[in-house]
Structures are given as C-alpha cells and as structure tokens.
Design a protein around this ligand. Structure first.
Ligand SMILES: [Mg+2]
Length: 250
C-alpha cells in the first residue's frame, strides 16, 4: 500500500562512475553474475536490498485510527545479481480493529482468515529481527538498505503504529530507499506509483496490485531495471524524529 501523491521536481541524475569490476560480494559468500545482467550495472553501496511493502487496515471513507499493518513482506535481493535470496512474509492480526472491512479485502486480497490466528505486530517484529539475524544481515561487514515505493511504509505507518502500541521501533528501519525518488533521478519523471513505473520501463505487472508480497516483487523488478540503466542507489529517506514525535502526539 502506498499513499500516492505528486512529488518534488525531478532532480538531475547523479551517477557514480564506478563500474562493476568483480562479481564477488563484500561478505564471505561470493556470488556469480548471471549473463543477462547488463555491463552498465554499477557497483552499489550495499550488499543486499530489502524490498518492503506493508498492507494495512483501511476503509473506503476514512483511514481507521489507529491504522494497523496486516501484511509484512520483505524480499532480500542481492545487490550484485538482483536475484531474490530470501523472503520474509507474515500476515499480522490487527488489535484495535480486528475485523477487516470488505473494502480492505477487495483492495488487498487479504481475507479475515488470513489474519485471524496470526501474531500481532510486536511478535512479527521479533520474528523479523530473528530472520534478519539468520540471514546474516547483522554481520559487521554486511550493508543493506530497505527499499519502498514511497515514504509511507517506514516514515508513517510503522513508526505511527509502534508509537501507538509502545513498541520499540528497530533502528535499522530508520532509513530507506524510496524507489520513486530513484526512478525520478534516473528518468526525470516523478511517478505516481508502481504501475506508472512499470509502464515506463516496459515491464508487465505481475501478481495482484496491493498484495504486499506481489508489490514487493514488482518493486524488486523495477530496482533491477533501474540498476541496469546505471542508477546507483543511495539512501534517500529517513525518519525525522522531531517531526514524527510532534505528528504522532496530535
Ligand atoms: Mg502495497
């Protein structure tokens, strides 16, 4: 899910001149570049991209208060080959409004049974932390960056829900790459959303729009395509604690 809006004026493309000289990962395991990766793919500042796209409770007329995450998917993508290395995918039971609206089910494809017996956000964040550990993402030399479509997931949704329930927000989720900004840097066009980006780079949409895991898959495909065009990804989204604290108290 994303809160789509018009964005800033496209900024000039600033690309690193560094080219990929080796397909050996910075961490202990080496990876082999598949032959279909363009020679224009530059070396990135990260070992892995963690593509994330939450879905949350919603209603047709208004946003529920509090809005609660119901799907928590993350795809671990190798920053050398753009292959999927692992997937974390959990549905989450909402606490305050446990019954999903028909609008929400129609939009996301998530039915009541899919969240009823599932853990609350606090437990899912613990499971996610364990997954991060198992995947070696906390090893000292491993660099990763979350990738989202817009700033909604990590700037608003997760911090706001964590604040509401008094859950500690993992510090590693304080920064991210907003792929819409990366897309604008590469193409000079500010995209409304996922479909416009896919259309522009001539990729078919796969799966169901507003299914969190399918949205992640499509974001990962855009990520790979922008890299093939020579884009070097950098962190372009971060939490502004002062602003967020003020916003969540009101
Ligand atoms: Mg989505």
């Amino acid at each position: 899910m994303s809160a789509y809006r018009t964005g800033p004026t496209p900024v000039p493309v600033v690309e690193s001149e560094r080219s990929v000289s080796s397909c050996t990962s910075r961490n202990s395991s080496s990876v082999v570049c598949p032959s279909n990766i363009s020679k224009d793919v530059k070396e990135h500042n990260f070992d892995y991209f963690l593509v994330l796209d939450f879905e949350a409770t919603c209603e047709k007329e208004r946003t529920p208060e509090p809005q609660e995450i119901i799907e928590f998917p993350v795809i671990k993508v190798c920053a050398k080959t753009f292959d999927t290395k692992a997937v974390f995918h959990e549905y989450v039971k909402p606490e305050v409004h446990p019954t999903l609206s028909s609008f929400c089910t129609e939009l996301t494809g998530i039915i009541q049974d899919m969240v009823d017996e599932k853990p609350h956000l606090n437990e899912v964040l613990k499971k996610f932390n364990n997954w991060m550990e198992e995947e070696g993402l906390f090893q000292s030399k491993v660099k990763f960056a979350f990738v989202t479509c817009g700033d909604w997931d990590l700037k608003l949704m997760l911090p706001k829900q964590c604040s509401y329930f008094g859950i500690s927000l993992p510090t590693y989720m304080n920064t991210w790459i907003n792929i819409k900004k990366s897309f604008a840097q590469t193409t000079g066009i500010w995209p409304k959303g996922l479909i416009q980006m896919l259309d522009y780079i001539e990729l078919d949409h796969v799966g169901r729009l507003h299914s969190g895991i399918d949205d992640c898959r499509n974001i990962a495909r855009i990520l790979s395509k922008l890299a093939q065009r020579g884009h070097v990804f950098e962190i372009n989204g971060r939490l502004d604690f002062r602003r967020n604290n003020k916003m969540f108290k009101s």
